[in-house]
Design a protein around this ligand. Structure first.
Ligand code: 5GP
Ligand code: ZN
Length: 142
């Protein structure tokens, strides 16, 4: 399994940097984000060092997401949030600051709980044709 000695998440997996562990198995590690956006904010990471979603193969992606329902359910049982946002930032512009793939599980308690997804939707900006062209462009690259 690939690791990177300079990566803080690899060092957390190895136990060289302490963390508040939530879950661990052979392939996946989950721990509390040191900077809790909301109570119970958890990071789920593959043990293999992959930088981001682009470097992630289907096996690692499957293993990673397979653990998300049970960890989310445990958070729900513990703190009874009204919902959970699951997100992964890829690239600095998108907010990625640690370059070892991770999923954020952010329990949501109310509109002012600290998590503020600020995207603004413009439903009329794209025609059905525009959408078809965009979808075609992406699908041709899969
Ligand atoms: P990103 O910004 O890459 O999406 O998320 C990285 C997250 O890792 C941040 O929310 C940050 O608080 C968290 N983080 C950074 N360093 C550490 C650390 O040493 N320990 C823990 N538990 N979380 C960390
Ligand atoms: Zn790493």
């Amino acid at each position: 399994m690939s690791t990177d000695k300079d990566c803080i998440f690899c060092q957390i997996i190895a136990g060289d940097i302490p963390s508040a562990k939530v879950y661990e198995d052979a392939d996946v590690y989950a721990f509390l984000d040191i900077s809790q956006v909301t109570k119970g904010h958890t990071l789920v990471i593959p043990k293999a060092h992959v930088k981001d979603i682009y470097q992630t193969n289907e096996e690692i992606a499957s293993q990673l997401f397979a653990r998300v329902p049970k960890i989310s359910t445990a958070i729900e049982k513990s703190f009874k949030p009204k919902g959970i946002n699951i997100l992964s930032n890829t690239g600095e512009l998108a907010g990625q600051s640690v370059f070892h793939l991770h999923l954020h599980l952010i329990p949501r308690y109310d509109q002012t709980d600290g998590f503020n997804p600020t995207w603004i939707t413009h439903p009329d900006d794209y025609s059905a044709n525009d959408l078809a062209e965009i979808a075609n462009s992406i699908s041709q690259n899969i």
